[in-house]
Design a protein. Structure first.
Lengths: 138, 138, 138, 138
């Protein structure tokens, strides 16, 4: 069984992502996390569009980011996205961004499932359970 | 008849809207134009949501922006939004942003109408013609 | 002595802040927190520009956001920003966003001080201690 | 002599770049143009950082964008960036974005040179003339 599901996504800092301090504006790291998360989702069949096709949305209900070092315009970095298994009807990912093997920041997002009416779904949708089986998590 | 329909919208530059040059990143002016345009739309009953209620979207097909002076973090400015009448099935606005009566930039946007299938609508929708009558343009 | 320093800032959701789910994209709440934080800073003399004038930057080292309810385009909301006193050389704020007295989200940011060379400052800068005295915190 | 200097840059649409209409928000195309422009600049030695090292900034004074077809989340596209020679002290680029050989949008940006005091430079800086010689434009 694979308890740790991780992928690595390469990114390059855009000019428009930097602020007056000439570093990446802190909120833009959530875009990098999202790029990592969706890269994971596309590779593993659990992306935003996979959920949508099954009639669900997966809105973020919690996000955290801790910054160790800044990134500047033009920097190339790698987002490590890790799927964290949980029994709850949630999708949890953790993130670590590296530049030249130096840790830039860490973070976490928690997503829930909502149905076509936007209502919170309290039990794991069957498409998600099927995915967990396929991936070897249950 | 009112040939010139203008409103003024006050704005304050956000920190996250400024770039490494410590001025507003050029693409963010389109957000300011949008704020002016929607302010006009809400006041005059021709907003994004008014179109939506009538089954139409009004995507932007052209936008231009010319910069005369920069804006910095914390600057307060005014967006002047002017509806430009046209017979075509389009919505045209021009914009001028001022700070302390100095002209910061000018711009223009052109929108078209698309129906619920996302198809371009070649004739003016009846809700838009009704609006033009109400406003005294036709 | 005033142990709780809070202000309220009114905001209106911009069209460009909403995502494909037709709700505010989660990362944009950090912009709303920033607007509240800077509003606090300007009113109380501890803004980004106040730090800058004294030779310091105050980069964010941690941010969290928990979402209870979504915001949609055109929604008007209030950001409650609270300064959380600490002895450490940090600036901590918590946030609560309300719409019509319903809690939309909560959050926290932690900032540190860096000097003109971008180096972390381990002790509270004198301008910050002076501010704390003035505000009645020490 | 090379009269047409073009490069191609591949991009993938991010979730956070799409709006409530589930298409890329029009202002985000300026980010794609910027990515193409900087890609050109890095390859040809005329990037934002090359200008900065020589004591100049190159702020955008005009940008236009014309949309033919929308892009959606997950779409992969190519930005074609073309340097347009001019004798004026300006940097002009045109852009075309394609998806599967279909034209998505076209655009143009005009940049000027400002010196370390933020003042407009009316003549071509020597580093820019040197670059033009090197590239075979003069």
């Amino acid at each position: 069984m694979n308890n740790k599901l991780s992928i690595h996504t390469k990114l390059k800092v855009r000019f428009s992502e930097c602020d007056s301090l000439q570093i990446v504006w802190h909120g833009n790291y959530l875009k990098y996390f999202e790029e990592g998360r969706e890269d994971f989702g596309v590779q593993h069949g659990i992306s935003y569009l996979d959920a949508k096709v099954n009639g669900f949305a997966t809105p973020i209900v919690k996000s955290t980011c801790e910054h160790k070092l800044p990134l500047k315009y033009g920097d190339e970095c790698t987002v490590e996205t890790t799927f964290i298994p949980t029994d709850a009807a949630k999708i949890i990912y953790t993130y670590r961004i590296f530049k030249d093997e130096k840790l830039i920041c860490t973070g976490e997002t928690v997503q829930v499932f909502t149905d076509k009416n936007g209502e919170l779904v309290l039990n794991n949708p069957s498409f998600f359970l099927d995915w967990k089986k396929k991936i070897g998590l249950i």
